[in-house]
Write a protein that binds this ligand. Sequence first.
Ligand code: TMP
Length: 427
Amino acid sequence: MSTGTWVLFDLDGTLTQSEEGIWNCARYALGKMGYAEPDAATLRKFIGPPLVWSFQELIGMSEEQAIRAQGIYRERYNTLGLLENRVYPGIRYALRCLKKAGMHLGVVTGKPENATRRILEHFGLIGFFEQIVCATDNKADKEQMIRKALPEGVTDAWMVGDRKYDMEGGRQAGIHTLGVTYGYGSEEELTESGAEKLARSPREIAEVLCPGTEGVSGAFLSMEGLDGSGKGTQLERLQDTLERYGYELVMTREPGGTPISEKIRGILLDRENVGMTDETEVLLYAAARAQLVREVIRPAVRDGKVVLCDRFVDSSAAYQGGGRQLGIERIMEINRPAVDGTMPDLTVYLDIDHRKSLERRMAVSEPDRMEMEADSFHARVEEGYHKLIAMDPGRFAVVNAEGDRDGIAAEIAEKVLARLRMLEMED
Ligand code: TMP
């Protein structure tokens, strides 16, 4: 540990948003004790005050009942509620920028140590922090905790938080204070309690504390699979997970994703275009892609976002290279100017037998021009994907797509999160 600039963060309302877990646990405890589901306004009041007080004052329980309710609440909180958190979008970006600028980061929170560490661990944030100071024995004196978090000799330090306790604690400990207005405290509360600076979004924290530092880049992910592999559902599930983890997501698709590319999509999937030659088809997919790479994917990745693209050049390689038998190498060659070196950091492949996937697809809606192709076409597409994976195994996360949706979603999440974390560590 060394001196230099230290930035200490409060947890709840600054790094993470915890209301979902709090509300679910309050509902659970009340249900178990035979109380009716409280309205949203009452639930909202559970954030902040001690639980026993809330159960007594907001619900009308006796002290004995409230203590029992607290026990039931905690039982759920320690297993499930704790992880029903959300990292504010942009927090990961801000933490990476501060680290890149050479700052030392810490967490100072009124939450107990066990819960704090589990939350930070679960969301892959713990590696950012050199120091974690938590409340002990229900005592949460922020000033003392801040002093404890800072190594001796530190002269430049900031407390970043969303409530007056953070601002007052920071001032009393003699360090700078930055109030975040996106948490649970109002701008008024923060300025009145002495916030020197304000940040209206997580990204602004980095802008205020290390202005002029070059930003960090994001990542490019794609998902591939046969028509009917469950790609739509799994993209939605992955989007939810990544947003919960604080990644700023840009969802897009191929062919499409820009106004020009969507027009090309219309031509490609139009059932009337039966006369389209294979070469025209390849070039139209490549043209739509060239636009998407330049207009959406590159700018977003440069800006630190995570792009999640429904299909990319692998689809051309599998469908036109395999399905249409134009050859994978030839398709990659044709696509070289379109892609121009921009390839996914990770491609999730939903692995499913082509007969099963087509059956699933046909049960849902009318087939488009591509889906109207014969069984042998789809068999060659599947084979094409397997060749691509064998050519570049490190880029693919292959997931068996024939199991249950939740299991598939969990496996995808684990693999994608691991890759994103690896990329973050490269800063
Ligand atoms: P979607 O139904 O997943 O949106 O994909 C549209 C169709 O286009 C699908 O059948 C796969 C096909 N396709 C290709 O043949 N080549 C490509 O390069 C892309 C991106 C999609």
